[in-house]
Write a protein that binds this ligand. Sequence first.
Ligand code: GDP
Ligand code: MG
Length: 677
Amino acid sequence: MAKLDRVRNIGIVAHIDAGKTTVTERFLFYSGRIHKTGEVHDGEATMDWMPEEQDKGITITAAATTLEWRGHELHLIDTPGHVDFTIEVERSLRVLDGVVVVFCGVGGVEPQSETVWMQAEKFRVPRMAFINKLDRVGADFDAVLEQMRERLGARPVRMQIPIGLEDHHVGVVDLLKLQALTWTRAAEDPPEVGEVPAALREAAEAAREELIEAAADIDDEIAEAYLEGNEIDPAKVKAAIRKGCLENTIVPVFCGTALRNKGIQPLLDGVVDYLPSPLEVRPAVGVKPRTEEREERAPELKAPLSALAFKVQMEQGRKAVYMRIYSGRMKPGDDVLNARLFKKEKLARLFKVHANRRERIQEASVGDIVLAMGLKNTATGDTLCAPDAPILLERIDTYEPVISRAIEAKTLAEKEKLDFALEKIVDEDPTFSVSESEETGQTLVAGMGELHLDIIILRLIREYGVEARLGKPQVVYRETIAEEAEDEYIFERKGEDEALWGQAKVRVRPRERGTGMAFVNELSPPELLVSPAVPEAVMEGLRDAASSGVSAGFPLVDVEVALTNLGLREATTPNPVAYRAAAAEAFRRASQAATPILLEPIMAVEVIVPEESMGEVIGDLNARGGNIEELGFRGGKRVVKAMVPMKEMFGYSNAVRSLTQGRANFTMTFQRFDKTR
Ligand code: GDP
Ligand code: MG
């Protein structure tokens, strides 16, 4: 296994169609992991391995794969581009150390690239850019750089400039070495190294000057040498650019065309040279399970094991768990602790993954991204750790499912099969949920958008052989309360041997919109001493009760639930079950008294539209109850930003297409749950 400083955990992100899958394919090809490149438009790309992805020509499942380059081990996570799968992007950003952002040389910085960029910003993940498709008509390298500055607020630093554009694009000038790299031979050959073409010499020198200036801003020694007009060591420049990239102050920029096999080897060099190793990232943070005490794990082999399960997938009825190891090591046969469940699990087998092929390994350690089999209870987002050094790593942000549809099996005989399949998919996908409608008794499935649920229907057929029928899409609501209230309840029941008795007092209080739930135990110590199992069961009961709502069966949000008192009765051993039931009822009564209200999903909608159709788009959004928040310009078009209730947005893609003769582009992301109007 490669030494830790020779490992890179990276992802490739991009706007849909910018060429992420093609770049990934080329990475695999040049590192010798595949011998023939498959093209996306032929439905053959190795990374897009789910059949429905190949049908739609888009990437849905984030698969992890390992490749070697220049003595380094690159763990690559393919991330999806469609908004319905934002959670997958976010989840992979959590476990990655660095990102290659692919931009289309024609389309430039598109809305989706902006979204992903901001997500990477949130996690402070170092980024480099690859400006792809320079062979296409209309390719404009400089325009994309300008857009990166303007729309992303980034400081791009050119490591290369292109030699020729469109049909004339043959290679790049390496600005560090001031050499021309051209690709004119077979796909697998390295570039030919030559002199910078005369016509580009001036431009290359000016661009190199800028590169040195950027390095000088980062490293004083370079600044001095630069001011004195001395020769500057390229190795020093490289080190400074690396530092700037890791600190998130600059973005090294590469370019080429993945489809025509130009610019990929230097891009791989760039990954090794400028993106961080797992040693260069901050320690993983979490808490000690069952307490709020902060706990950190440095990225060291000697430290106790900690790992995050970032993707769970069912394979022929067995659970495959992708994880990122943050500290320590693991072997097949080890017992590891699932910190969420506080339960030991056995690792049966470990694999390194190469798209749809895997290699069995005997050990995995800090910095690795591996696939484990044998973990029966682990779900996406769980922490696995050494049983004698428990840590619960921060959970991945989960996105809220916003639409739901009734689902039923085509035939009654298949109902069981359907229930089984849905249960498995829930384990894999935290943005998908299944429930039963209280009014109709129907099974409801909920997800991130219409496409998300469509894909699940396809998977049910392909992977589980069940055909299902879906009802009309409905939005998913949340509940909250408008006031503060407190109530108590005594639970009493005659048991077989002894009477069950418990008394609890609970207060509920509204929290600010979007802040989620808080559960607090306000018992004073003597009551805690009763038996620690009692308050523990009570808090769990409160969480449970809140998740099924108070008036309409939707989960409660933005409420503080406090346990304020537990009653005691002499001569009985306190029974956790009775106290739990008392607390749940006290909670329900308090919430009923606190004016329960419904909240609906509000979406942030961004439409990019030619000037002449802007009026229609705005009028239509207004008619849908939207709030127009901003009108702007982008690349010669207008941008309309609005907040619109999800329930008004079904079928919007067709509507906007006919309003604008297909000339508009839009994105829609969940913003918040808010009061219904
Ligand atoms: P993704 O959606 O970001 O994964 O993009 P894909 O890799 O699936 O590429 C989208 C389309 O653009 C496919 O038809 C590719 O063949 C094509 N494509 C990718 N890279 C290039 C390139 O460098 N030049 C040209 N002309 N087409 C490309
Ligand atoms: Mg793709």
